[in-house]
Design a protein around this ligand. Structure first.
Ligand SMILES: Cc1ncc(COP(=O)(O)O)c(C=O)c1O
Length: 385
C-alpha cells in the first residue's frame, strides 16, 4: 500500500505492526504539531522578511535568538543573552560540530556510564577515546571524576545533566557547581546536552548548565526536537563569547553561512505567538500521564527483583534486572511476544550494564504503554522463574 511505503521512507524506524516497541525515544505522531507550525509559518512568511531566505549570519538569525533568549530566560528562570546563542540543526549536529572543532582523533573524552547511545556513534566518528564514569541517582559521581582526573585529563566531558537518557537521573545542583570548578581547574570543556531540561513533570530540576556559561569551559546544548518537533532539525548552543568565536570562525560556516535561517524564522514566530509555550505545556501534561501509565503498570506486573527509580521528567524509565540477567539476550523472547526495549549495554562505552534496560514512554499512548509493560513483565517473569 502506498501509505505503508510512505511510512517506510519517511520514518527512521520500522516496527512490525503488532509490536509495542518501548525503545523508541521520540514523540508519537499524534504529538507532532502540524497545525501549530502552519500557523507559525503563515505568520512568518507573510511578513516583509525575505532575508530569511538569504544566507544567514554566522551565529544564526539575531531576531530568532532574541525571541529564543526571551523564551529560555522565562523557562530556565535565568537571564539568557541572545548574543550567547548559536543556531544548530539540533543537538546531534551540535555535538558533531563541537567534536570537529575541539577534538582530534585519539583524544580522550569523559561521558556518563550509561550515556546517550547515539552520541557514542558521533564520538566514534571522531575516533575519540571514550571513558565512561559512574553515576548514581544524583548523576555523575564527582569523586569518580576526580579519581580519573588523577590519571588523565579529557578534552571534554559530555553530560546529559537533567532527566538523563537513559537513566532519567538528574545531576544535583551541588555536583553541577563542583563539575564546573573541576573543568576550570583541569581545563576541559563541559558539553551539556540539555535536551530534556524543559520536560519536568514533577518538581523543578536544578538550573540549566546555561547558568555556568559565563565560564569559558561550558557549552549548553538545547533542541526543539523534544519540545516542538524533531523534523525541524533546529537547536542551539549557548556559550561564552570566547568559545562562540570558535563556533563562528570556521570553513563550514564561512561557506554556508549560519545554520537553518528559514526554519529558525518560523520557530521565531511560534515563540512570538505563544505557540511554543502552549505546545510545551501540552507535552508536559501528556508525557506525565504516559509516564504514570507505564510506571504504574510496571510496578503492578514486574517481579520484586526488578527495580527502577521514578524519574521527574524526560522520556525514560531505566530498569535494573538481577545481576545475572543479560537484557540483550531477552530481546528475541520479547520480540516473540510483540514487545521491545533498549538493552542497557547499548548505552555503555564498554557495553557493560548488561542487566539494565531502557523504556520510553514518549511514543505510545497510555493503553499501549500499559499493554507493553504487561507483555515485558511476563517475559521477564518467565526468564526469572
Ligand atoms: C540525550 C539526547 N541528546 C540528543 C538527542 C537528539 O537531539 P537532536 O534531535 O536535537 O539532534 C536525543 C534524542 O533522543 C537525546 O536523547
Amino acid at each position: 500500500m502506498i501509505i505503508d511505503k510512505l511510512k517506510i521512507i519517511t520514518s527512521n524506524f520500522d516496527i512490525p505492526p503488532d509490536r509495542i516497541d518501548l525503545s523508541i525515544g521520540q514523540p508519537g505522531t499524534s504529538l507532532l504539531p502540524l497545525a501549530t507550525l502552519a500557523q507559525a509559518a503563515k505568520h512568518c512568511l507573510t511578513r516583509d522578511n525575505s532575508y530569511i531566505l538569504a544566507y544567514g549570519a554566522e551565529q544564526g538569525n539575531w531576531y530568532f535568538h532574541n525571541s529564543l533568549a526571551g523564551f529560555l530566560s522565562e523557562q530556565y528562570k535565568l537571564s539568557v543573552d541572545p548574543d550567547h546563542l548559536f543556531t544548530t540543526t539540533g543537538i546531534s549536529q551540535g555535538l558533531d560540530f563541537i567534536c570537529g572543532l575541539f577534538t582530534r582523533p585519539g583524544d580522550t573524552i569523559f561521558v556518563e556510564n550509561p550515556t546517550y547511545s547515539l552520541a557514542l556513534g558521533i564520538f566514534a566518528d571522531h575516533r575519540l577515546n571514550v571513558v565512561g564514569l559512574p553515576m548514581d541517582e544524583d548523576g555523575l559521581i564527582i569523586e569518580a571524576i576526580e579519581e580519573e582526573l588523577a590519571h588523565q585529563t579529557p578534552v571534554l566531558l559530555y553530560t546529559i545533566p537533567t532527566f538523563q537518557n537513559p537513566t532519567g537521573c538528574t545531576l544535583s545542583a551541588t555536583r553541577r557547581k563542583k563539575l564546573v570548578q573541576l573543568s576550570r581547574e583541569y581545563n576541559f570543556l563541559i558539553v551539556a546536552d540539555e535536551v530534556y531540561q524543559l520536560l519536568a513533570y514533577k518538581g523543578t530540576p536544578p538550573l540549566s548548565m546555561a547558568k555556568y556559561t559565563e565560564t569559558a569551559t561550558v557549552l549548553s546544548l538545547g533542541s526543539f526536537s523534544k519540545i516542538l518537533a524533531p523534523g525541524l532539525r533546529l537547536g542551539w548552543i549557548q556559550t561564552h563569547p570566547d568559545l562562540m568565536k570558535r563556533l563562528t570562525t570556521n570553513g563550514m560556516i564561512y561557506s554556508g553561512g549560519g545554520l537553518n535561517p528559514f526554519t529558525s524564522a518560523i520557530v521565531q514566530s511560534a515563540i512570538e505567538l505563544g505557540l511554543q509555550e502552549k505546545q510545551l505545556s501540552h507535552l508536559k501534561e501528556v508525557y506525565q500521564q504516559r509516564k504514570n501509565a507505564l510506571n504504574t503498570s510496571l510496578r503492578r506486573n514486574l517481579p520484586d527483583s526488578v527495580s527502577f527509580v521514578e524519574s521527574g521528567g524526560g522520556f525514560f524509565t531505566w530498569l535494573q534486572l538481577p545481576q545475572h540477567v543479560d537484557a540483550e539476550k531477552l530481546l528475541p523472547e520479547a520480540h516473540k511476544h510483540d514487545v521491545s526495549f533498549a538493552p542497557g549495554s547499548f548505552f555503555s562505552p564498554r557495553r557493560d550494564l548488561k542487566n539494565y534496560l531502557r523504556l520510553s514512554f514518549a511514543y505510545y499512548e497510555e493503553p499501549e504503554l500499559v499493554e507493553g509493560a504487561e507483555r515485558l513483565a511476563a517475559v521477564i517473569t518467565r526468564q526469572l522463574s
